[in-house]
Ligand binder design. Structure first.
Ligand code: 9WN
Length: 440
């Protein structure tokens, strides 16, 4: 499929998934708004329609909790996803959760400042109404995104080092990555876990593309633990069975603090808050660099409950390339590993984009969700951050190769790295959105 057809196909996917106030993450599997999906969707919408992109941000922020957390799901009126509002019961047990819209009680990676950057830039490139809309969105969103970053810095830095922790694998956005296997192995679902029925399995081509039932029991048990402590962020961190310093999330936190600080300078926001964002960014960037494995040089997560590093290699190992901070020599070395034969340069890959797990690893499962497939949205994120960090060649290569991967026009959630077959949900909004950004 050529670029024009691909761009119209991508716009068609976003229009098809648009309920009017939200573009759902996908038509059947995910009929709601997911926090980090929404940010990438805004990046695509900004190219098409600044006002529509701005409304997407407003819908997301309508679900923001009173304490600043942006929840990982803002629910639509659809009933096709489990766990839905009845299971989460956030507004029933937590005073910070809005009564409407219904929301989940955990968060996802903070990439929203990037979306705001894209909408503001798109508005400024145009004139009149678009420019005014973007400036007023900046004014409206900035304090809210600041509150979101502050929530993470306040509640999710249990070690006090700037390494941002997740309390559920879903918060990382990489639900069943082998990064979380050891931490999940220690989660013992209680005998009183209320029964449930999954709704995801009949919506993908093959059940083997989704997490297992044993994994789901743990996902649901962690939510049950949180519900029982009223989703109070300090209690969740103090008592939950799962607490891992997530190096990928931390890098995105640092990156977003910088981007938000820049937007704040342009938009005349309070100097003290801008300075605070820069301090958080510096601290978390340093925390990312401190996680590097002395042998492989790759960044690692830290299991706070077990008190140990998680050395399982995954795409998250390259987190320093997202937030910067490496010296030129170290950066060149890390890029060489990423582009080398264990990762993007692996001879069996159909396209040279980062797989979520190295095909050389014993953990590699080529069609299983976050255990090996290539995710176009992750490629976009690396490419965007690399351009920002001056790694132009790799950024351009990743863009070109991902566009080759998605030229089948299915806009799949993820792709089989050894065959290029589309996997998971088709017509996935964030895949369409990042393609649009690349083609405009
Ligand atoms: C749970 C929506 C989301 C993405 C995540 C991806 C997947 C949900 C699920 O779908 O997670 O949050 O039910 O599998 O892992 O990154 O935001 O696209």
């Amino acid at each position: 499929m050529g670029s024009v057809a691909l761009a119209s196909g991508a716009a068609w996917v976003l229009a098809g998934n648009d309920t009017g106030t939200m573009v759902t993450a996908s038509p059947r599997l995910y009929p709601h708004m997911w926090s980090w999906d929404a940010a990438f969707i805004m990046v695509g919408l900004a190219q098409l329609d600044v006002d529509r992109a701005a409304r997407e941000m407003e819908t997301l922020l309508s679900g923001q909790w009173a304490d600043g957390m942006i929840p990982h799901i803002v629910f639509s009126e659809e009933n096709g996803y489990f766990p839905g509002p009845d299971r989460w019961q956030t507004a029933v047990v937590c005073e910070h959760a809005p009564a409407r819209p219904h929301t989940s009680g955990i968060c996802q990676p903070p990439v929203h400042a990037i979306a705001l950057r894209k909408i503001v830039d798109a508005g400024r490139r145009r004139s009149g109404a678009d420019r005014r809309r973007a400036e007023s969105l900046l004014h409206y969103s900035w304090p809210r995104l600041f509150a979101w970053q502050r929530w993470l810095a306040t509640y999710r830095d249990p070690l006090g080092t700037g390494l941002i922790a997740v309390t559920h694998g879903w918060e990382s956005g990489m639900d069943n990555s082998p990064r979380w296997d050891s931490a999940y192995a220690a989660v013992q679902p209680g005998a009183d876990l209320p029964p449930y029925v999954r709704k995801d399995l009949d919506k993908v081509g093959d059940e083997g593309e989704r997490p297992t039932d044993a994994e789901y029991d743990r996902y649901l048990w962690l939510i049950e633990e949180m519900r029982r402590v009223g989703y109070r962020p300090d209690e969740v961190v103090r008592t939950g069975s799962f607490l891992v310093g997530d190096v990928f999330m931390t890098a995105l936190f640092a990156l977003s603090c910088e981007v938000l600080a820049e937007l704040g300078e342009e938009g005349g926001q309070p100097e003290e808050q801008i300075a605070q964002l820069r301090r958080w960014a510096a601290r978390s960037r340093a925390a990312v660099l401190d996680t590097r494995d002395p042998v492989t040089g790759l960044a690692r997560d830290y299991d706070v409950r077990a008190g140990q590093w998680v050395s399982t290699p995954s795409i998250a190992g390259f987190a320093p390339l997202l937030c910067g901070g490496l010296d030129p020599q170290q950066q060149a070395e890390m890029l060489a590993v990423l582009e080398g034969p264990d990762w993007m340069g692996h001879p069996d890959l159909v396209v040279a984009t980062p797989p979520t797990v190295s095909p050389s690893s014993p953990h590699f499962m080529p069609k299983q969700y976050w255990r090996g497939p290539q995710w176009p949205v992750i490629s976009w994120l690396f490419s965007w951050a690399m351009r920002r960090g001056g790694m132009y060649d790799t950024a351009a290569d990743i863009r070109a190769e991902t566009l080759r991967l998605v030229s089948d026009g299915t806009f799949a959630e993820y792709y089989h790295p050894l065959t290029g077959a589309p996997l998971g949900s088709l017509s996935q909004s964030w895949t369409a959105a990042v393609v649009l950004d690349w083609l405009y």
